[in-house]
Design a protein around this ligand. Sequence first.
Ligand SMILES: [Zn+2]
Ligand SMILES: [Zn+2]
Length: 266
Amino acid sequence: MRAWALGTGSSGNALVLEAGDGRVLVDAGFAPREMARRLRAIDVAPESIEALIVTHEHHDHARGAAACAAKWQWHTYASAGTWPSLDPRPRPGTSFVSGATLDLRTMSVRTVRVAHDAAEPVALVATARDSGERVGIVYDVGHATRSLVDALSRLDALVLESNHDEGWLRAGPYPPSVCDRIAGPFGHLSNRAAADVAVSCAHRGLASVVLAHLSRRCNSPQLAQTSVRAALGKTAFRGELRVSGPDAPVAIPLGVDRPQQFSFGW
Ligand SMILES: [Zn+2]
Ligand SMILES: [Zn+2]
């Protein structure tokens, strides 16, 4: 299995999963022209993507979904709560109830309802049919529920929101009501909360943790990486810790027995 984050954060999110000869896009937070440019950067033709899964309706995840799906005939999957916001409705398309497992051609994708202020947002765990490799994708989560943490067991790679530093958020430019929303139980994961989730997922076979969806104003790649690295240092984790940013695509390492290495993909 191979995977790339094409961009993460409030300006747009998209991630490619490849298992066997099948490719799936997770979220389409970019309009078609920009999406094509980012796919070209990893040498993927938009037409080669079979399916699009939209995690929730917020613009940074769904802005380009309907237009991209129509242009390249992507079969689009979204939860029943997310589906009505896709306009025009993608055809072909399938709505599902969160918790469902999507049986795609070369991978299965389990959906897990998450706590976030959207209609029916989900995290995803994709499992390749040929190799059994598992990638967890956790964006936009206010707090990690038991069911989410349970679903993230035995992963080969974890893409995890690490949105803000709690101190920087309170000292930052946002009014208190916005701070409360971001830090609230249906907002976004802080670096500290992300570290807790990463620790609960840590095991020797976890090849990588890729931190994602960092706030430009209330976080930095160094800060996010430092807090999660410190927490992971006390676990069996021996994989790579990377940070994905808004611009350049970042490869998501998979595969066991990699040397321990911490690097920036920002
Ligand atoms: Zn988002
Ligand atoms: Zn969101």
